[in-house]
Each structure stands twice: as structure tokens, then as C-alpha cells.
Design a protein around this ligand. Structure first.
Ligand SMILES: [Mg+2]
Length: 334
């Protein structure tokens, strides 16, 4: 993790050390000073520095101390003084350049902000999302937009998705084939489970949910399928499971294009597509999907597994024997 204040403290320490390095001869010539204090005066400075960097404290050298330490009276020899003055100027230049490169300056000697978002901070945020600790968020935090884009497009999302599929496969191997009565069922969500909306959210820079814009995107029926999920989808049907697709999409306006989109991406042969009808409009996804699952259970189906990208797909009533969460740091659906 990048800790700029630690770099600052190092550079301040370097500056401090340089500026407090009187030549031994000069110190010896100062009235009332013994050579030995050179060592003893450095030790507390080093200890203070170590303490500052090991704790969450900013390192700010007292300006009065700097002024006192750089007093010309320490440099009895004019040539030596000139040389040390150059060293100080060089050290000062290095520190200023470094601080400016970090977007700060001398005035930025401040406490490290807890709002700092580097990759590690955004990773923490993503883990909170996947663990369902972060809820109700409307957009990806602005400093993490680039991180989420990189996560989704540069391989990690695919690796995490493959890992989820491995866990599903291990579970499917455990329960073997579906029972002969044809009532063993699996449930899949659609958006960002079977079909990807990455292109849409990327174009929107992962902004707040816009129902009209999303409807326009979905009505094009051009959402790419997610291959690992398609593989699972096909394997489960081969083993005799009945697959149900349950989606919060509006059936009246998006039913036709959704079924066509699924078909064109290879998601065919499923038992039933269950979408939001007018009576469920305005209900949370969790409530709507609970109602759909209850309907299946009432019909006698045993829900052996449930796959979705939102926790609202996987919580509520009759969630199934096992639930599997597909990663999605792009948006939150309650
Ligand atoms: Mg979804």
C-alpha cells in the first residue's frame, strides 16, 4: 500500500539529518559543547522519527527547530558553511520536488486521510461489496471507477468468476444427477449472471442507476453472454436439472427482447423465464424473487442451487440448498 506520509517522513528525516550535521570540528569549537553530544543528540532525533513513522502520526519537523538547527553559527568555517549550505539547498530542493510530485507541498504536512483511495483502498471496498457489508450504494466511489474498470476488463473478474464456477462444479459433483422425478431445479439470475451489462455500465462510468437508459440498452437485445455461466447452464441441463431464469426486468416491455437475447447467446432449453409482472412493480428484487421461488416450491420443485450477481438474488425465502454469488462491483440492487 502506498503510504505517502511515510515517504514524507523519510525525506523530512533526510533533510533534518542533513541540516543537523554540523561538522565535528565546529561543534567541538562551540563553547560549552562536548563532542560526545553529537551522538547523543542524534539518537533522540532518530528515535522520534522511528516513532512517528511506526504510528499513524504525520511527521512534521518543528519549523523553529529547523531554523535553529540551520543557524550559521554552527558552521564556524566559512568554506564549510558554504558547502553545508549547498547540501541543505539540495536536500530542500529534493524534498520540495518530491512533495510537489505527490500533489502536496510543505503545507500538506497533514494527517493521512482515511478517504484516500488507492488500489488497496478500492480492493477493500470491493471486498465489502462482495461480502454484502456495503449496502445501498448508488454508484462506484469516484476514486474507484478506474479500479473497477480495470478489475472488470483486465482479467481479475474472469478469474474470480472461474473460481465461483469451480465451486459450483464441485457442489454439482457432490449432488450428482437430478432425481428422476424432474423436480430438481436451479435458478439463475439474468443481468450480469447470464448476460453481461459491462459495456453499458462502462459507458455510464458506473454512475447511478438510470432506468430509462438501461431499458434502452436492454431493449437492443445485444447483451453479451457470460461464457463460464453458459457452460454451467448447459452442464446442469445435461444432468437433468430444470433451469429457471428469474429476472427483475419488466416482462411487459423487455420480455421479448430478453428471451431473444438469451437465445442468441446460447441460453436455450431452460424450463421457464420468470420476469417482473405489473403486480410486482416497485417491489424490491429480494421480495420479488422470493415470491417467484415460493411459486416454484409450491409447484413441488426442489431448488438445489441459485446463482446471481446480487445478494438480493440470493436472500429471502426459499433461496435454495446452495447459493453462489457472482462478482459484481458495478452496481447494487436492493
Ligand atoms: Mg443480476
Amino acid at each position: 500500500m502506498h503510504l505517502p506520509w511515510r515517504n514524507h517522513s523519510f525525506l523530512f528525516f533526510s533533510l533534518h539529518w542533513t541540516m543537523t550535521q554540523p561538522d565535528r570540528e565546529s561543534v567541538m569549537n562551540l563553547p560549552g559543547l562536548d563532542p560526545l553530544p553529537i551522538k547523543s543528540t542524534r539518537t533522540p532525533a532518530a528515535a522520534t522519527h522511528k516513532s512517528d513513522t511506526s504510528l499513524d502520526r504525520p511527521v512534521c519537523l518543528p519549523r523553529a527547530s529547523l531554523a535553529r538547527r540551520s543557524s550559521p553559527r554552527l558552521f564556524g568555517n566559512p568554506a564549510r558553511a558554504a558547502l553545508m549550505g549547498s547540501s541543505q539547498a539540495l536536500a530542500l530542493w529534493v524534498v520540495i520536488t518530491h512533495l510537489l510530485s505527490l500533489g502536496g507541498g510543505f503545507a500538506s504536512c497533514a494527517w493521512p486521510s482515511s478517504a484516500t483511495h488507492d488500489d488497496a483502498g478500492c480492493l477493500s471496498w470491493r471486498v465489502m461489496v462482495e461480502a454484502n457489508n456495503a449496502r445501498g450504494w448508488r454508484t462506484v466511489p469516484a476514486p474507484c471507477v478506474g479500479y473497477v474498470k480495470a478489475y472488470m476488463t483486465r482479467g481479475q473478474y474472469g478469474r474470480d468468476l472461474d473460481s465461483v464456477m469451480e465451486q459450483v462444479s464441485a457442489y454439482v459433483d457432490q449432488i450428482a444427477a437430478a432425481a428422476a422425478d424432474g423436480l430438481d431445479a436451479w435458478i439463475f439470475d439474468i443481468d450480469d449472471t447470464c448476460l453481461s451489462n459491462l459495456l453499458y455500465y462502462q459507458a455510464k462510468r458506473f454512475g447511478a442507476y438510470d432506468p430509462m437508459a438501461f431499458k434502452k440498452w436492454a431493449s437492443q437485445g445485444a447483451c453479451p453472454g457470460i461464457p463460464p455461466v453458459l457452460g454451467l447452464f448447459a452442464a446442469l441441463q445435461d444432468k437433468g436439472f430444470k433451469v429457471f431464469l428469474v429476472s427483475g426486468r419488466d416482462e411487459q416491455t423487455l420480455g421479448s427482447c430478453t428471451s431473444q437475447n438469451l437465445e442468441s447467446e446460447g441460453f436455450s432449453g431452460y424450463e421457464r423465464l420468470m420476469m417482473r409482472t405489473p403486480e410486482y412493480r416497485g417491489q424490491s428484487s429480494s421480495l420479488f424473487k422470493s415470491a417467484m421461488r415460493k411459486q416454484l416450491v409450491d409447484e413441488g420443485y426442489r431448488i438445489r442451487g441459485n446463482v446471481g450477481d446480487q445478494w438480493s438474488d440470493l436472500q429471502g425465502d426459499n433461496v435454495g440448498d446452495r447459493v453462489f454469488k457472482i462478482p459484481n462491483p458495478m452496481y447494487f440492487v436492493p
